[in-house]
Ligand binder design. Structure first.
Ligand code: NDP
Length: 333
């Protein structure tokens, strides 16, 4: 098995050298274990939060020198668990490596729906479930809401904007590059660029795109996006705080938005959430979203890097807008 380890915890943006490719001969399969040949690896912004010695409340740091982990899709090649068969396509957390040998308890066979298997790392997997959870369970979005989404062309954001459109909301999406803004526009979303804009300028652009204010803000970025959004919220607005990628690599935490008092004035609510806490709703999410994906009513994009070696670069590119839709690593043998 070839796998990545982290050699040290980074300060600021991790350098490529901190990721080391190692290999080892796998032992015989243990009791209840399964061996999987990975086809697809996921890289996600939250992984930056595991690259620290400080224990967060919800997920343990990566152990230095040990195989890193992450979402992956692969094929069972050997199993000591009778629930799984050789040849099954499964999702699991033994990513950042080519062959995973892990306990079968965390391994889930993919449902038999006519979509490409890697969709279960994106629109039908954790990121999709995050978009659905934030809108339904945290922001409680409803028909007619004016919805704003930051990092709107990413894995989470691109489903969030489409779910909001499908519900009959007016939707504004913030993104960086021109091709991302064009994709959002093709989805019926009002695109707003944040590049080279101050919080004030961004706020003005949001106002132009949504003259009736903002009722729901799906927050993926933080920083200037949050300040700009706060200045446009309506009375009773709901802000679902999904992520704040703008500060994930900050060596010292940036100051908060200067206009947080808008929450008081607008009697608005702002709530963070972690998708894992809502996983009991995954079936409901799949029943609702998967048929629409299979029919092509909900669209998604992928940015694909080839080969295990490219995994760190794929991860680092997330912080530079290097992906449209879901960032994936494709493994070939
Ligand atoms: P994305 O696919 O959206 O990739 C990240 C994107 O963020 C980039 O493509 C880039 O797009 C944008 N971005 C990066 N840095 C900045 C910046 N400094 N300012 C503005 N935009 C930036 O990732 P995901 O969809 O996987 O995740 C989106 C957010 O959701 C993240 O904050 C993540 O941590 C969070 N999340 C939270 C979960 C939870 O349980 N709470 C679960 C899953 C994800 P652009 O070109 O537009 O700049």
């Amino acid at each position: 098995s070839r796998f990545f380890t982290l050699t040290d915890y980074p300060t600021g943006l991790p350098s490529r050298e901190l990721f080391s490719l190692a290999s080892k001969k796998l032992p015989d399969l243990g009791e209840g274990e399964v061996r999987i040949r990975n086809h697809w690896l996921s890289v996600d912004p939250y992984m930056r939060g595991r690259m620290t010695s400080m224990r967060s409340s919800y997920i343990a740091p990566f152990e230095l020198g040990q195989p890193m982990e992450g979402g992956a899709i692969g094929e069972v090649i050997e199993t000591n668990d009778s629930r799984l068969n050789v040849g099954d396509t499964v999702s699991h957390m033994g990513g950042w490596r080519d062959i995973a040998q892990i306990s079968a308890t965390g391994v889930t066979p993919l449902p038999d729906i006519n979509v490409p298997e890697q969709a279960y790392l994106g629109i039908l997997g954790m990121p999709g479930m995050t978009a659905w959870t934030g809108l339904n369970l945290i922001a409680e979005f409803k028909r007619g809401d004016n919805v704003l989404v930051s990092a709107a062309s990413g894995a989470v954001g691109s489903l969030a904007v489409q779910l909001a459109k499908a519900k009959g909301c007016h939707v504004v999406g913030i993104a960086g590059a021109a091709n991302k803004l064009a994709w959002l526009e093709s989805l019926g979303v009002e695109p707003v660029s944040y590049r080279d804009r101050s919080a004030q300028e961004l706020s003005d652009a949001i106002k132009l795109a949504s003259p009736n204010g903002i009722d729901v803000y799906f927050e993926n970025v933080g920083g200037a996006c949050l300040e700009a959004a706060l200045s446009q919220i309506n009375e009773g607005a709901r802000i679902a705080v999904c992520g704040m990628i703008d500060s994930y690599n900050a060596a010292t935490p940036p100051p908060g938005p200067r206009n947080l008092s808008q929450l008081v004035v607008r009697k608005a609510k702002m709530q963070g959430f972690i998708v894992a806490d809502h996983w009991s709703n995954y079936r409901q999410f799949l029943d609702e979203v998967a048929p629409q994906v299979a029919k092509g009513d909900l669209s998604y994009k992928e940015t694909i890097q080839e080969g295990l070696e490219s995994t760190p670069d794929a991860f680092l590119a997330l912080f530079e807008g290097g992906n449209t839709g879901k960032m994936l690593v494709k493994l070939t043998d």
